[in-house]
Design a protein around this ligand. Structure first.
Ligand SMILES: [Cu+2]
Length: 106
């Protein structure tokens, strides 16, 4: 019984599963689409042909995102020189149309 209570409490605290973590993030967020968001993450994969990078990022408070692995578009191809697989990076990104575009990498 005690374990069930803990499980129910956990469900109440985290009502959104990982799959829907991005749903509704545009509603009432603290930042507008023009603001750059900052994140820290590990480069999981790079696809120069598609112009995308897969980042396993830490929680991003400005968007209310939990930690997750997701694809970002890369705005400036020069940024690929800083995106080596396995590397931990600080990055900036903006929302453009329906995708997230990395605009800076440290
Ligand atoms: Cu994400």
């Amino acid at each position: 019984m005690k374990q069930l209570m803990i499980l129910l409490a956990a469900l109440a605290l985290f009502p959104m599963g990982n799959a829907s973590a991005h749903d509704g993030m545009d509603m009432g967020g603290m930042s507008t689409s023009a603001d750059a968001n900052k994140g820290v993450g590990v480069v999981e994969a790079v696809d120069r042909e598609k112009g995308t990078v897969t980042l396993s990022h830490e929680p991003i408070a400005s968007l209310g995102w939990p930690a997750m692995t997701m694809d970002f578009a890369v705005g400036d191809k020069k940024l690929f020189s800083k995106l080596a697989t396995g590397k931990k990076v600080e990055f900036q990104f903006v929302k453009q149309h329906n995708s997230y575009v990395v605009t800076g990498v440290k």
